[in-house]
Design a protein around this ligand. Structure first.
Ligand code: SAM
Length: 252
């Protein structure tokens, strides 16, 4: 299937967002390692001013250290409803490359799994550079080009969603782009971040909901996840071998 254009994808998320949020609400611990990893890589001090862009339903918030001021930004009306229902303060319904906050306000921008449908990420990098103070830090976790996760998304998720899925995944170009947009000391690191649930079948159901898959039950999805991504039994349940590439970049 052809890659959907960026605006089209943002609209599609308005349809898919409810199911995504249902997955995150029903399995709130599933992606703990992912959020904890981005927070640890960023190195956020108590008292820091932080933005989560795009924030989806605001799932990162409870992973931040105490006494952080958090701005949550997303362009989707559905996620706006989801996050407002949590009572979160400082939510901004806004394009991610035109955020209504002052220059240099932020110590950190965190961005998780929200940029792999954007063909030109330069306007977003420039917006992060504008929002961060000198020495502020941008930390991004997203899907690595050529990874098993990328193959699963463009294979199984593509096959079982009405919209299809063709991502524009992260490769060596991202570091160069960041350096051209006002960042230095870019550190790139691929990390396994196990998604966790009480059983293999529960993990499959989590993925079915999260990706909005249609025409496939969890029991049918499970062997495809085991084959394409990898799964292991752990104490108290099972883990999916999810993986992201992380970038930590400092505002010059
Ligand atoms: C997979 S969710 C990630 C949300 C959250 N960061 C998380 O980790 O759960 C993708 C997010 O990217 C946003 N998004 C997708 N395409 C976008 C686009 N073209 N422009 C702006 N935001 C977009 C959606 O609104 C959604 O919040």
């Amino acid at each position: 299937m052809e890659a959907v254009d960026t605006d089209e994808y943002a609209r599609l998320f308005n349809v898919r967002g409810r199911q995504y949020d249902a997955a995150m609400t029903r399995y709130p611990q599933a992606r703990d390692a992912e959020f904890d990893t981005v927070v640890a890589i960023a190195g956020i001090a108590s008292g820091a001013v932080v933005a989560d862009i795009p924030c989806g339903g605001g799932y990162l918030a409870r992973h931040l250290p105490a006494a952080v001021t958090l701005y949550s930004v997303d362009s989707s009306d559905v996620f706006a409803d989801c996050i407002r229902a949590t009572g979160a303060s400082r939510f901004l319904l806004s394009p991610i490359d035109a955020v209504p906050l002052a220059d240099g306000l932020l110590d950190h921008v965190l961005s998780i799994a929200g940029l792999h449908h954007i063909a030109d990420r330069t306007p977003f990098w420039r917006e992060c550079a504008r929002l961060l103070r000198t020495g502020g830090v941008l930390t991004v976790g997203d899907v690595r080009a050529g990874s098993r996760v990328a193959s699963f998304l463009d294979g199984v998720v593509d096959q079982y969603t009405r919209t299809g899925h063709q991502g524009i995944y992260f490769d060596a170009a991202a570091k160069t782009e960041l350096e051209a947009c006002g960042f230095a000391d870019v550190v790139v690191e691929t990390r396994r971040i196990g998604w966790r649930a009480e059983s293999r079948l529960a993990l499959a159901e989590f993925c079915r909901l999260l990706f909005g898959l249609e025409g496939i039950e969890a029991a049918q999805l499970l062997p495809l996840l085991e084959r394409d991504v990898g799964m292991r039994d752990v104490e108290g349940g099972a883990e999916l071998d999810w993986e992201l590439v992380f970038y930590r970049a400092q505002r010059r």
